[in-house]
Design a protein around this ligand. Structure first.
Ligand SMILES: C[S@@+](CC[C@H](N)C(=O)[O-])C[C@H]1O[C@@H](n2cnc3c(N)ncnc32)[C@H](O)[C@@H]1O
Length: 314
């Protein structure tokens, strides 16, 4: 397998975790959910009844696949940010017969490798060029001959993980690495009833709780931390001012945890903020991309739970 770029994330993780846990509102970046176990748990979340996001996005993709593929056009270089299991991408791969190459980019290296092995079996003629990388760090699009258009694919409403000001800065950066006429195919979770939103992140089987706690297990394994995961409780709620679901780990008791001998004190009830999932109205999303991209198409499901946009760089 060809890994186009690789970087060791562990020192960045140590720096980020100790900085995040030293703030008044303790926080850990959601990008550290995703080791192999975290990616597997995310796949299990996608299967949950309460987690409407994946189902809604797939329905939109299936229904409009012809129009979506024709927007992407011929001899396209498809670069997916946070590709995970590439499950939605397979719909594109099946329906685009002259894709020049597919570049899945993901921070979760082992899981990416497993996905690429599957893709190579399923699509032997497809050129797959995986990149193990943190896409929040600067990166260039690989220079591949015979490409008519580069399209960045960013499904799963992963854009929602950025607070809104950072989402705009991230989209500006994506815009800066594209050429005029290139595209961005992006999935965005819509604002909806709070009970539906909160149920999606507090599932009855406890899979999201296990996913959330996996970040602590990872710090224990990779940064010699000593979190007792039984002394933290998962909870997610809608922050109506910021229009986002926030996922937290609540300390059940007063306790001190160490990471490589550095102590971090928790009061009873104090939380670690582990993830944002910002929700957008169509109008909010249009103003987020205004001046950067033109909206060429917008598709949604019949419940208006989820939007898929095809944006073209101006
Ligand atoms: C919410 S999942 C979405 C997966 C898939 N695209 C989908 O729509 O089902 C987010 C994916 O992005 C990856 N990811 C999260 N933060 C990342 C980062 N900073 N750099 C690269 N990959 C990241 C995760 O490993 C995971 O596969």
């Amino acid at each position: 397998m060809f890994l186009y770029q690789f970087e060791d994330l562990r020192s960045a993780m140590l720096e980020d975790a100790t900085a995040g846990l030293s703030r008044d509102q303790k926080s850990l970046s959601s990008k550290y959910f995703y080791d192999k176990r975290g990616s597997e748990l995310f796949e299990a979340i996608c299967e949950l009844d309460e987690y409407y996001l994946t189902r809604s996005e797939i329905k939109i993709m299936e229904r409009h696949i012809r129009e979506i593929c024709s927007s992407l056009g011929k001899r396209c270089l498809l670069v997916e940010l946070g590709s995970g299991s590439s499950s939605k991408t397979r719909l594109l791969l099946k329906n685009m017969d002259d894709l020049t190459a597919y570049v899945p980019v993901d921070i979760s290296g082992k899981f990416l490798q497993q996905t690429v092995n599957e893709l190579e079996k399923e699509y032997p003629a497809l050129k797959v060029m995986p990149v193990v990388r943190d896409y929040t760090q600067p990166f260039d699009i690989p220079d591949i001959p015979d490409v008519r258009r580069t399209v960045l694919y960013f499904p799963g409403s992963t854009i929602g993980n950025f607070p809104k000001a950072q989402a705009r800065a991230f989209l500006e950066r994506l815009c800066s690495i594209l050429s005029v006429g290139d595209g961005l195919l992006i999935g965005v979770d819509a604002l909806k009833d709070v009970s539906v939103l909160e149920a999606a992140y507090n599932d009855s089987q406890g899979i999201t709780a296990a996913f959330n706690k996996n970040i602590l297990i990872r710090l224990n394994k990779e940064l010699e931390a000593n979190f007792d995961i039984n002394r933290f409780t998962h909870k997610a709620w809608f922050n109506s001012e910021e229009k986002r679901i926030e996922m937290h780990l609540i300390s059940d008791t007063e306790q001190t945890v160490t990471i490589r001998d550095m102590p971090f004190h928790f009061r009873e009830g104090e939380t670690i903020h582990t993830e944002n999932s910002c929700k957008y109205s169509d109008e909010d999303f249009r103003s987020l991309v205004a001046g950067l991209f033109e909206i060429e198409h917008m598709w949604m499901d019949s419940s208006a739970f989820f939007y898929v946009y095809y944006l073209r760089k101006r």
